[in-house]
Each structure stands twice: as C-alpha cells, then as structure tokens.
Design a binder for this molecule. Structure first.
Ligand code: PMP
Length: 344
C-alpha cells in the first residue's frame, strides 16, 4: 500500500475542519446553553445533536466488535461513498476502478466529483475479474470499489480473490458489504486490522430494517476513519436518527434474516420452474436476479398486478434481467402468480 500521505488529496491533508460550538465545549457542568444560536424553547429537537455521535458509535462499535475510532457514521452509506472520492481523488486527475455491473452510486459520485471511473466487466457467471481489475489500475488510481454480495448480481465474491486485491492494489479498497448479513460467509470486518487499505461499508438499511432512518457505516483503520470525520458535515446524523437507531440496536435481526433467506430459497426454486424464466442467479443477498427473454413485458405484467420490481435489463452485463427484492411471503406469492402464468 502507498502511504496515506501519498493517497490523500493535498487539500484534505491540509484541511482545518469546522469546529462546532459543541466541539469547543461539550462538558456536563453547564445548564445554560447560549453558544450555538439555538431556539431555547424545548420541543425535543431544538438543540443540535452530538456532531461525533459518541453514544451511538460506542454501541455500534461494541455490537460490531471494532474500536470506536475505526467507525464513521454517514447519512446512508451513500454519504461515505461520496466522501471517499472527496478524500482521496483529486478531480480531473485521479481515477477509481470498479466492477460492472455494480451499485450505481459509485458511478454517480465519481461523475459528481469529476473523477474518472474505470469499469471492469464481471467475468462468466458474474465472477470477480481480479486480474483485469488490477491491470486497470495505474499510478493515479486511488480507489478500487468492490461490492460483495454484489448489487444487482446478488453473488458474494470468494474471500481469497478479495484478499488478492487487498494485498496487491496500492490504493484504498472500498468493500461494500451492504448485504453481508444475508451471505453465507462472514465478510471482512473481523479482519480490519490486517488490511490498512481497507474501507468496509455496511448499512442499517437492509437486514436491520432502518432504511427510513438513513444510517450507513464505514469501518477503516483509525487514521482513515479520522479523515472521514474531518470532511463530513458537522451534524451529518440528525438527533431523532441517533436516538431512534440507539433504541433499535438491541433488536435481534437473525430470525428475520433467516426467514428472508428461507423465502429466497423458496422463491428461487419456484422461479426456476417458471417457463418464462431462463435463469435465476445464485444470491447471497435479499434479492434475486432473474433473466427472461421478455424483461420489459414481464416488468409491465408485474406492474399491472400491482407488483414493482427493478428492471435492470438495460444495464451492460444484465440484458434480460429483472431484480426482485425478497418481500413477505404473501408479497412474494403475488409476484410469483404473475411470473408463473407469464408467457414470453
Ligand atoms: N451499497 C449498496 C450495494 C446498495 O445496494 C445500497 C442501497 N441500495 C447502498 C450501498 C446504499 O445504502 P444506504 O441506504 O445506506 O445509503
């Protein structure tokens, strides 16, 4: 790996972060807060929230088995995706590499930041094109995006292939594990200390069932997590979200995850038996990617039945494909009814 000094944008290295009123004094002795130009009348949300989310980070770090300093909390993982470009890639100069097809925000955030993104097509059966990814990198490649399990293909990549990328690529590897709770393998969080160039993204929007609260997690070595903390907006996680997430973290997600994985198997088998379906791809996520000869007509037939899925058939590498989220059993049955009777 190159040094952080070499990888981080010079202006970010030199950045003097904004100091909030609550950074300058967060102590407990004060009863009269006249420092932050807030409205003094208590309505539950009149005070600014903790800019460092200390309590929430303490709870999430303990839950995930990492140190608090290795954690960044964002307004969804989408915030961490954008910040990764802003920290590491000088616009118009540096580049990033990703697999394709994959989660669309790596591209949107690259374009927003005027950073070249080199997309490397997945191999046969959506396999990780490890050597091609590494060959696509040059001296100006700062970020390499991996998503495992990958959206929209659903498959997780082999651990040893991800290890090879981590050990060979000189820049930062961002490994998006948004769907890791649905996968058979445990992911890389337990190995964070082994790889100083690893940034892991997870989210509370999927297995944790908190998409509406907008909380994304990034895990990295302390000096990298510290960079995210320096460039973020001061109060990026609002007060109600901090409080509501803290309340819900003691929930046990395993029973629902097991139920969704059981449904995934049931739906996968049922779709495989449908005459209109050419292929149901193996999935380690909470969705299935299917291929049909008539994706647009099947999509419309589902809409006519009141069921919305994601039409991915125009994405390179996904011709003929629809992506179907695993819902509740009765919702899945409604979807299946239409697919079972559909004729291309
Ligand atoms: N990564 C992947 C792979 C995703 O599919 C998504 C959302 N669909 C995200 C990140 C963003 O999640 P969040 O709700 O945390 O912004």
């Amino acid at each position: 790996m190159k040094t952080l000094e070499e990888l981080v944008r010079p202006n970010i290295r030199a950045l003097q972060p904004y100091s909030t009123a609550r950074d300058e004094y967060a102590g407990g002795e004060i009863s009269t807060w006249l420092d932050a130009n807030e409205n003094p009348y208590d309505n539950g949300v009149n005070r600014y929230p903790d800019p460092h989310q200390r309590e929430l980070k303490r709870r999430i770090a303990s839950l995930k088995g990492v140190r608090e300093g290795q954690l960044f909390l964002g307004n969804g993982s989408d915030e961490a995706i954008d910040l990764a470009y802003r920290i590491f890639c000088t616009p118009g100069r540096d580049n990033a590499v990703s697999i394709a097809p994959t989660y669309g925000m790596y591209r949107v955030a690259a374009d927003t930041n005027d950073v070249e993104l080199r997309e490397v097509p997945l191999g046969k059966d959506f396999s990780l094109p490890t050597e091609a990814l590494l060959s696509a990198c040059d001296d100006r490649t700062k970020l390499l995006w991996l998503c495992s399990p990958n959206n929209p293909t659903g498959n997780a990549f082999p651990t040893r292939e991800i290890e090879r990328v981590l050990r060979t690529f000189e820049g930062m590897v961002v490994l998006d594990e948004a769907y890791i709770d649905f996968a058979a393998e445990p992911g890389f969080l337990g190995r964070l200390d082994e790889f100083p160039n690893l940034i892991i993204l997870q989210t509370l929007s999927k297995a944790w069932g908190m998409a509406g609260l907008r909380l994304g997690l990034a895990f990295a070595a302390e000096p990298v997590a510290e960079l995210f903390a320096r460039v973020k907006y001061p109060y990026n996680i609002n007060g109600p979200t901090q409080a509501e997430v803290a309340k819900r973290l003691s929930a046990k997600i395993a029973p629902q995850v097991e139920e969704l994985c059981r449904e995934r198997r049931r739906i996968s088998d049922a779709l495989t038996a449908c005459p209109a379906i050419e292929r149901v791809y193996p999935s380690d996520a909470n969705f299935l990617l299917i291929r049909t000869a008539a994706p647009d007509r099947l999509y419309d037939a589902l809409i006519a039945a009141g069921v919305i899925v994601r039409n991915r058939s125009r994405i390179p590498g996904c011709a003929g494909c629809l992506r179907i989220t695993i819902g509740r059993p009765e919702e899945n049955d409604r979807m299946l009814q239409t697919v079972q009777t559909f004729r291309p």
